[in-house]
Structures are given as C-alpha cells and as structure tokens.
Design a protein around this ligand. Structure first.
Ligand code: FES
Length: 225
C-alpha cells in the first residue's frame, strides 16, 4: 500500500514529507540543515533509525515542553518545527563541545579535512572548531594501522556508531563493536585484536560511513562506490 504524505512547517517553510518519515530526513530533503552525526539513511529510504547518541539534531516542536531529537521524531500533519532557538542552540553548542573535547583536532593533517562532518556542523552553525570552555580529553589510544587497506584512529572517533552499524548491517560481518563504558567507551574489534587479525573482510563499509577521520583508506586504497 502506498504511503500518504503529511504537511508540516519547518522554520516557516511549508513542506510535505512521507508518512512515517523522520523529521531529520524531511528537513534535509527540503534544504533545511539540522546538524547530525549518528543517524544513517540508506539511499532512497528512511535509514535504520538512529541511536540518538550524538545529541546534535535538537529542534523545537510547538506544543512540546522541551527540544527533541529530529532523528527520532516522526513527522506529523500540521507539525510546526523550529530548528533554531536559544534552547536548541545551547544544546547543540554543548553537545558539539563535548564531542570536540574527545576528538583529536588536527584538521590540517587529517585525511578527512574538508570532508569531515564536524567541520560541516561548525560551518553551518558558526561554531568554533576549537575548545574554549572544556579541557581536551586526550585518550592517547594506539592507532590501528594493521590493515592493508585502511587505518583506524580511535582518538578521532566520535562514537556515533555508524561504522558498527555498517559492519553489521551492510557488510553482515560484525567485526566492530562498542567496548567499555563512560569515558573509556570506544569502538573496537572483538577481544580488541588489531583489525588485520579480526574477522574484518576489508569491504570498507565502515570507512565510507565514518563521518570524521577515525577510519580512513590508506593511499591508493580508496574504493569507489
Ligand atoms: Fe540525532 Fe545523532 S543524529 S542524535
């Protein structure tokens, strides 16, 4: 059965979206930017949902007592949404600063320079790519350079979980997962073995889905999609 559409307003613009669609994709499809890191959308679909872990996609919806994450909110007929407000801006600013505090900032030398989602968010929301209020949380974790095709630098990982999802759901491998809790939380292989010794098949899905420079292809190894 063909799904219907709903009409809603985002930032004063009337848009239509497919019933059941998440607000984040409806906004992006209509040229309205909402910062996001952890949500995944597969081509032509609504994606797998979201772990809502990055806490960057906050919006205000009229009638709601507090901001909500656009990646988890389903569009509704007549919904009135604001992507900017003092509360939203504060939440995004804080979430962004927390991410930056645990992300090794070395943009000029980073293979993802100019293609990094953190840079895009900073540009779109006029946020500084620099820590001002928080101290850097330097983890100094060893870089895994064992794989012939790509490198994993956990010091740049923003724990969005996209690589874990890609490895499990797209590649059907499940070589990557989360380990530890709190500040120690990180993406790693089963039993923390180097990638080359894990069950990684080298498909590169994790690299394609990494929004920052934590996973990157080695020179000449970049695969075309
Ligand atoms: Fe919504 Fe990450 S994209 S919380």
């Amino acid at each position: 059965m063909r799904k219907g559409t709903v009409t809603l307003t985002i930032d004063g613009k009337s848009i239509t979206a497919g019933e059941g669609e998440k607000l984040l994709w409806a906004a992006l499809d209509n040229g309205i930017y909402i910062p996001h890191l952890c949500a995944i959308r597969e081509a032509g679909g609504n994606g797998h949902g979201s772990t809502a872990s990055c806490r960057l996609c906050f919006v205000e919806i009229e009638g709601y007592p507090r901001p909500v994450t656009a990646c988890t909110e389903t569009v509704r007929e007549g919904m009135v949404v604001h992507t900017r407000s003092p509360r939203v801006d504060r939440l995004v600013q804080t979430g962004f600063a927390l991410l930056l505090s645990a992300h090794r900032l070395e943009c000029a030398r980073c293979p993802k320079n100019r293609a990094c989602e953190l840079q895009k968010i900073a540009r779109e929301r006029k946020l500084r790519l620099k820590l001002t209020r928080l101290e850097p949380f330097e983890r100094n974790l060893p870089v895994d350079d064992s794989h012939p095709l790509f490198t994993y630098d956990p010091n740049k990982c923003v724990l969005c979980g996209r690589c874990v999802w890609a490895c499990r759901e797209r590649a059907g491998v499940g070589a990557l997962g989360f380990a530890y809790r709190g500040f120690e939380r990180r993406v790693t292989t089963f039993e923390n073995v180097p990638l080359a010794e894990s069950k990684c098949t080298g498909c590169g899905e994790c690299v394609h889905f990494c929004p920052v420079g934590a996973l990157f292809f080695k020179n000449g190894a970049a695969k075309q999609r």
